[in-house]
Every structure is written in C-alpha cells, then in structure tokens.
Design a protein around this ligand. Structure first.
Ligand SMILES: [Zn+2]
Ligand SMILES: [Zn+2]
Length: 552
C-alpha cells in the first residue's frame, strides 16, 4: 500500500474507491497517463452493523493527495449513492464538477446548504453532450433509470474507450426523458470498446426489470378503487413515479399533498428543469387535513423506514399535520434496500396496528427496479461488445454473477474491489497495486474515521455502556467524602452496585503508594484501572470509564 510516490505514467487504469462492496458510496477514479478523472461521489448508510453511524462517505485521502492531477468530477445521476457525498468531500478535492441539468439543480441545493455554492464550480453539460478534459474525451449517453436524466459516460483515451454505464435499465416508456440511447451504445460497439464498467445490482434477477408505464397503469387502477385517505411512499427523486402517483390521484378525484422535505426539494429541482409542467401546485402539508378523506392523497418520504421521515411520524401518530387510521391505505411504491428491512417492517406493522391497509410491491405491481435484470445486461453487452467487463455497483455475489454472464457474452470479466488499481492498458488488464480506501462517518457535519477513537468509543458505549466516576482528594491524595459513580445505560441511579463501585474506588485509592497519589495523571489512571476491574468483576462488562479528579 502506498499513500504517496509517483503514479506510473503512460497507462489507463480504473480505481474504484467505493461502490464494489455491500455499501453504496460510489467513487470511481480513472487514470490516464498520470491525469485523474473521478466519476460519482456518493454516500452509504451505516446499517445494522454500524448502529452508531447514520451516513458514511468514502475516504478520499488518496485522491485528495493527488488533486493537482484531478481534472474533474463527473456525476452520472442524482441518486444519493452517486451525488450525496459531493458537499462533504469537495473541500478536499476542489476540482470542477461536471453534471447534467437535473443533477446540477439537486447539487446546487446541497452545496448551498453546506455553504459551498460560491466556491464549488459546477459546469452543466447538456444531455448526451461531449466534454474534452486533459487526456479524457467524454461522451454522455442517455440511459433510463429511476431518476430523471441518468447518463452513462463513454471515456475516450489514447489507450482505448471505456464505457462507464452508471446506473441504468432498458425501459421503452420511462415516462420522464428518453429511453436508453441504444443506438449510441451500438455506435460505440462499432467503434470498438476496450472495457465496460457496469451496474451489477440486479445481476441475479432473471428477465426484465419492467417499465414505469406499467407501474403507472397499476397505480391508477388501484388508487381509483380505494376509499378513505391514501398515502403512497416512494423515493423522492423518482420524478416519473411521483408524477404517476399524482396523475393516478387526480384521475380518482383526489388532491395531492407532498409530505417530507426531500420530496419538496426534488419537486423544486424537477420543476426547475421543466418537468411536472402540467401538474398543478401540490397542497401544502398544513392544509391537507382539511380535505375530505376520499379526495386526498399524500405522497410521503419514508419508504425505507427512515426514523425522521413523514411516514415514520404518521406511523407513530406524531405527525403535527396529518393522521391515518381505520379505513385508510398506505402503498409502498418502492423496494426494501438491504439493511433497511427491520425498520420498514416495523413501520408497516405500526401502520397496520392503526387500522391502515398496507400494500407493497410483494403483492401488487406498484414498483419496478431502476437497474438492469439479466436480459437487459445481455442486450447491452450485445450492443457494446466490450473486450473486458468490469462489474461494479453490487455485493460480491452480484459482481461474480455479472462476471459469469459477461463471460457467456464473449467479454473477459475482471473482478475488482475498492482500492484496486486495475490497469486496463497497456497489456492485459491486471490489478497492479492497491491504494488506501476506507469510510468516514458523517457526524453532525464532521467527518470521522469509522475505525477511529470517537466512533469506537461510541460503539463500545452502545453495547457496554459508560461509567463516570468523580472523586475529590486532598494534597496528599487522601479521598475526601464519598466518590460518585454513575453509569447511564448500565445502572439505574439507585442501583446498589453504584455505591459498591464507589466504595471499591475509595478503598483502592487509599491503598495506593503515597508518591503515586500526589500525581494527578497517575492517580486518575490508577482509579480508572481499579474501576475497570471492579466493573468486570461485578457486571461482566467492559464499558468506557471516565474519571474526574478534583484536588482540593
Ligand atoms: Zn446507484
Ligand atoms: Zn441510481
């Protein structure tokens, strides 16, 4: 592993710094003759293994150390796992950002919230446009996905063409924007493609992902048949879905209100880019409650069970503006992102307990994936005919299944992990070195190493609690009064073990050699060690121990 030192000039390499593991966080780097190009910069969620962390970003240290060679950051589409980390990491990269109009509209809001709008430069590239950067000639290709204006990037270099697909699917009726530009992919195939770096999310799914148009038809029929209040939850940036739900509601004589900040942000970005043109303004949250039940539909955030979302508040009956109950219906027009299952099922259970009917994609066709199933992958390989296939965007089983499929389609698969430097040219592709990668937790605007002291301490506190002891000593180190020991999360205030620990502490300090008792640091450390042992003996736990010493 090297953190510095020269990069070999005269090659073309693909370096994933995030996006080939179980957690989203796409950050892809291409290196051509010493220059670097970054594609996407997304967040991931802590998940059940990291309950002390809500949001994570890739550690950009390797890239930041080479930012003088970084020619730009390209964003393929407006999903959080591709754009969510830009506002967190840009201060370390400080390079120009290139993106389509919808990404620009979404990103400007995020950079504005982070106070970076004046500093970070976004260059808006027209859809399907071209862009020449030092050593990289980029062509954007329109692809259908579950967000407006997703694009793949064809990277032309003197070593050959790499097609970076980003997230995509084939949908003849994506409802917003054009279908995937298959003709453009076919043209690249004619030109000759060295490698395709491609979406693996649904590599285990047979057949076709299905069309947004089918979802629109089904939602229209379902919503027309319902009585009472109806709430539908979906991803905020799926503008086609939001429009489908809105039209289905209007066709059923219902007015529509958006519940949740991310939905209102996405609506604003969509309208800014000319979408939702003939959709009337949404009913404000505070007015929704006055509309008769049979004439109201809510579109809500919270399809992943996010605790602070609108739907979570409705489920807990703590929403200040609206309540759902007996006779009402909640439709989850979404899939469960792995890791979120528990939260989602808990929310669905709460809603059912209130008397709501809960409908999901398990028993009704109210959602299609934005990622290619196997038939779509096959089609793209047949069009592009890359020499080498590099599966990304998935867990290992998705990547390896994708690799097997690519092999069947005459591409030579190469599997990589985050931090691998995959040299694509000259010569046969090979992982030639590893670079440091990692994850940083976003903690109230600060970035903390996942394995660092603060988060390790928080995790230990979560499972083993924390013990705080205060005691006063005189100049000679004799304990004055009774030490105070508290252990929130471990002991109740009146627990007799607290008093026992205090007595253990007083006794042990009294037994220390008098020289040691005169030194504050030594006395504190000795007290901590005494407490650790006493807690281990009495509670069989290894909590964080904090000692406050007062010398009077
Ligand atoms: Zn993605
Ligand atoms: Zn996506």
């Amino acid at each position: 592993m090297t953190t510095a030192g020269p990069d070999p000039a005269g090659d073309l390499a693909f370096i994933p710094l995030g996006g080939t593991g179980e957690i989203g966080m796409n950050l892809n780097v291409y290196r051509c003759d010493g220059k670097l190009l970054a594609i996407d910069c997304g967040i991931g969620f802590g998940g059940p293994e990291n309950p002390e962390i809500e949001v994570m970003v890739p550690d950009p240290v390797w890239l930041a150390e080479r930012r003088d060679r970084l020619v730009g950051l390209v964003i393929t589409h407006a999903h959080e796992d591709h754009v969510g980390a830009v506002a967190h990491l840009w201060p370390m990269l400080r390079c120009p950002i290139y993106a389509g109009p919808f990404v620009t509209a979404v990103l400007r809001r995020k950079l504005g919230e982070a106070g970076l709008l004046g500093e970070a430069k976004i260059i808006t590239v027209p859809l399907g446009g071209r862009l020449t950067l030092p050593n990289f000639d980029l062509e954007f290709l329109r692809v259908a996905h579950s967000v407006p204006e997703a694009q793949a990037v064809a990277i032309r270099t003197r070593h050959g063409i790499v097609v970076h697909t980003g997230d995509w699917k084939l949908d003849p009726e994506p409802l917003i924007g054009e279908p995937t530009d298959e003709a453009a992919f076919a043209r690249l195939g004619e030109e000759g493609v060295l490698a395709m770096v491609c979406d693996s999310t649904n590599a285990l799914v047979e057949g076709h992902s299905g069309s947004e148009a089918e979802v629109r038809r089904n939602l229209t029929a379902i919503i027309r048949s319902l009585k009472g209040r109806v709430a539908v939850s979906c991803f905020a940036t799926n503008v086609a879905r939001v429009e489908s739900i809105t039209r289905a509601a209007m066709a059923a004589g219902r007015q529509v209100a958006l519940f949740g900040r991310s939905l209102r942000n996405a609506e604003a970005a969509a309208r800014e880019c000319g979408y939702l043109r003939d959709i009337p303004p949404y009913v404000p949250e505070e007015e929704a409650g006055f509309i008769p039940d049979d004439n109201l539909l809510l579109i809500c955030t919270g399809s992943q069970g996010e605790p602070r979302s609108a739907l979570a508040k409705i489920g807990a009956d703590t929403h200040p503006q609206i309540a759902l109950g007996e006779g009402d219906t909640v439709i989850f027009s979404s899939r469960m992102i792995p890791g979120n299952e528990r939260g989602i099922l808990l929310l669905q259970d709460q809603l059912a307990r209130r008397g709501c009917k809960v409908m999901t994609a398990d028993d009704h066709m109210v959602h299609v994936s934005g990622h290619p199933a196997r038939d779509e992958l096959k089609r793209l390989y047949q069009l592009v005919r890359p020499k080498y296939a590099v599966p990304v965007h998935g867990e290992w089983r998705h990547l390896s299944e994708h690799a097997a499929l690519a092999k069947d389609l005459q591409a030579i698969p190469v599997l990589v992990e985050d931090g691998d430097v995959l040299q694509l040219a000259p010569g046969r592709p090979d992982v030639v070195e590893g670079v440091p990668t990692g994850r940083l937790a976003v903690d109230n605007g600060r970035l903390l190493p996942i394995t660092g002291g603060v988060l390790a301490a928080r995790k230990r506190m979560l499972f083993n609690g924390v013990v705080m002891a205060s005691f006063a000593v005189d100049e000679a180190g004799r304990v004055l009064g009774t030490p105070q020991v508290s252990a929130p999360g471990l002991l109740d205030g009146d627990d007799h073990i607290g008093a026992q620990l205090a007595a253990d502490l007083a006794r042990a300090v009294g037994d220390l050699p008098s020289g040691l008792r005169r030194e504050d640091d030594a006395l504190r450390e000795a007290a901590r060690s005494v407490l650790r042992k006493a807690i281990g003996r009495r509670l069989r736990k290894r909590p964080n121990v904090e000692v406050h010493l007062l010398r009077v």
